[in-house]
Ligand binder design. Structure first.
Ligand code: GDP
Ligand code: MN
Length: 361
């Protein structure tokens, strides 16, 4: 589960990693009483769980006098399709240099992997692609609780004195919070010292109970809505909306889409015994994803009755084209019902997926 930036920064603060003074708020009015604590300028940061916020307009440096107005504008925006529900206002840092520091689980060595680059910030992906040697790497034994500065010399180079303490603090966060990723990008130097200007922590989903954390805080709104209906749902980044029953069938559908050169917009497993209401909610939910151009429904009827499914699809009455493959109990009836309303029906999964991919082209 990915924590929001301000949640991650609260953890950093508790572990002694310097973070800018800031306050999170959900409406411009909530920011008002705090304005006096900032100087002439402040930074507004959309709390959306997407990468590349800065480039997508999610980071706004503004005069404090105009912060309320600017916050209103930011709340009205979507950052890479995600609505802005919360903003973090922070003191403006006078940045001298940006660095990149990250700790992740390295699957091949099965050890924590430290990454460090002298050029951090929003261009780190390009740096890693074009100058991979600029991102220095080092694995750490998970048995080690403290990394002595001399052991960090190759990783940190000339910055070893300044950054060894923050590396150790981040490593403690990583271990004690059961993180699969703990990252500071950028880690910055200023005249007032070093700061974590951004913060990213992904907690291992299997450790949420031990961490006393509940899933749901970092979910997208759609994922939350899906949970209330009892769907297994994940947002992806393609154009084909996917609805299946059973995780296996739904994943196989997504694989087949990829095989034919398409991209799924989501994963939605309606679960067993889906009735008309559930199917209707599922279709509407997927149709509400802005990037969805075509919806592919791939359901196997067992306990699920295909005629019920057909009625649910019809009642959802969405703007997108819906490609339907139904098989199993009452399949003839379901098919006839939808075909009479000019829905596109398919006998096999292969045909349905091909047609959905074609429809995008
Ligand atoms: P990301 O794009 O989601 O990674 O958002 P970041 O929080 O990393 O911010 C992106 C960029 O905005 C940083 O690399 C900085 O260059 C800039 N930025 C963020 N906070 C501040 C700040 O307090 N002062 C200044 N001058 N720039 C900032
Ligand atoms: Mn960042």
């Amino acid at each position: 589960m990915r924590l929001s930036e301000h949640e991650a920064k609260e953890i950093f603060r508790a572990y002694g990693i310097p973070v800018p003074m800031g306050v999170a708020f959900r409406s411009p009015g909530e920011l008002e009483p705090h304005l006096g604590t900032f100087g002439d300028h402040l930074v507004l940061k959309a709390q959306v769980a997407v990468g590349g916020r800065g480039k997508a307009g999610g980071i706004v440096v503004t005069e404090t006098a105009r912060a309320i107005e600017q916050a209103g504008i930011l709340f009205a925006k979507e950052i890479r399709g995600v609505p802005v529900r919360e903003i973090l206002a922070e003191e403006c840092l006078d940045i001298e240099k940006e660095f990149f520091l990250s700790i992740a689980v390295d699957r091949s060595s099965r050890m924590p992997l430290l990454l460090f680059a002298e050029s951090g910030g929003v261009e780190i992906e390009a740096v890693a692609r074009e100058h991979p040697e600029a991102v220095r790497r080092m694995t750490v034994s998970p048995l080690l609780t403290d990394i002595p500065p001399f052991a960090l010399r190759d990783l940190l180079g000339g910055m070893v004195k300044d950054f060894a303490p923050v590396v150790n603090k981040l490593y403690r966060v990583f271990r004690e919070k059961d993180a699969v990723l703990a990252e500071i990008n950028p880690l910055v130097t200023t005249k007032k010292g070093i700061f974590a200007a951004d913060a990213k922590i992904i907690v291992d989903d299997s450790a949420l109970t031990r961490q006393g954390m509940r899933r749901g805080r970092a979910q997208t709104e759609r994922e939350q809505e899906a949970e209330t209906h009892g769907f297994s749902y994940v947002d992806l980044d393609g154009e084909i909306g996917v609805i299946g029953n059973g995780a296996g069938l739904t994943m196989a559908t997504i694989d087949l889409i990829a095989l034919y050169g398409g991209r799924a917009a989501n994963f939605l497993d309606v679960g067993g015994g889906a009735d008309r209401e559930r199917v209707k909610h599922a279709v509407k939910l997927v149709a509400s994803v802005p990037s969805v151009q075509v919806i592919l429904v791939n359901l196997l009827g067992g306990i699920t009755r295909c005629d019920e499914v057909a009625r649910g699809i019809l009642e959802a009455d969405v703007r997108q084209k819906v490609m339907v493959r139904l098989a199993g109990t009452n399949e003839e009836e379901g098919r006839r019902f939808l075909a009479s309303r000019s829905y596109t029906m398919f006998e096999t999964m292969d045909e349905a997926v091909k047609a959905a991919v074609e429809a995008i082209r």
